[in-house]
Design a binder for this molecule. Sequence first.
Ligand SMILES: *Cc1c(COP(=O)(O)O)cnc(C)c1O
Length: 367
Amino acid sequence: MHIPMVDLKAEYKTIQEALDAAIQRVVQNAQFILGPEVEAFEEAFAAYCGARHAVGVASGTAALFLTLAALDIGPGDEVITTPFTFFATASTIVHRGAKPVFVDIDPQTYNLDPHQVEDAITPRTRAIVAVHLFGHPAEMDPLRDIAERHGLWLVEDAAQAHGAEYKGRRVGTLGDVACFSFYPAKNLGAYGDAGAVVTNSDEVAERVRRLRNHGQARRYYHVEVGYAERMDGLQGAVLRAKLPYLDQWNEARRAAAHRYNQGLAPLDLVLPYEAPHVRHVYHVYTLRTDARDQLIQRLAERGIPTAVHYPRPLHLQPAFAFLGYGEGAFPVAERMAREVFSLPMHPHLTPEQQEYIIQALREEMGR
Ligand SMILES: *Cc1c(COP(=O)(O)O)cnc(C)c1O
């Protein structure tokens, strides 16, 4: 049985007509960068998030970078974030000339532990970047409270959590600004790189709009030195064609997660946690065991792909050695990096494929 980690070909086939028509529209109109398709998607995505603005940009990384730039975060500033995330969450802080300050995570949700955030605040702290890792929203209420009391910006890295909910509200307006990635394998994926900045702030939205396009206030009139980080017309058209399916695809992910949970419950594995007040959207299905490396090796021999999100926390990455953190600085993140692995997860995973995976895990783990 062939089991892919993600299946973008299956997704294409389910809505091929709408996607082909969307792509044709862009080719016929020849609006390849920004333009009406991007504007239409921005409007639809802002409405989906319940936000005033969505600004289409070139990637999730660009969304993070431009957000920090729009908030005037730069040299001498500190930004608090998690060491257990994708590299771009922190690399964009460094690209701004600011300093990432890591805080350890909660072992159940794998997200920033709000209880430890306050201790990391200094007079230089300007912002907190909370990541909704794997599709489980970060614990936003206490973070909001801390940010308000200390006058800090609260940014959501929602790259893995399109459509996830926290206390009945979709991610995207839980902080001051939210950054989305539409990398093809994300819950809502483009056909290339794309991202968006979502916010209720008119000022931040306007600044990001300007910064993404060379700091132009109008054509060839540059009020500041900006960047070339615009969304392509093709990506806007593809994303708008896919957006109406996001909720049903997330539901399919949740159903698949439920089937894994049922089948794997008897095994000595720590399954994904879903807090009672959130709606997890399972960007990935991540579980853990202290015997991970042998287990994923044996699954690979049976043709079952797995991935490790993430094998090395950011404070131990060679690129961030200059920050001066050592082994043992964030024991929870370090332990998770040794133990976690992810099973195939996407909306088109079949119960038969899952049964095969569950059976293999039962045999390998002697149950
Ligand atoms: C994917 C991802 C990003 C970066 O998005 P790109 O579109 O690949 O640039 C940032 N943060 C997190 C948590 C991600 O998963």
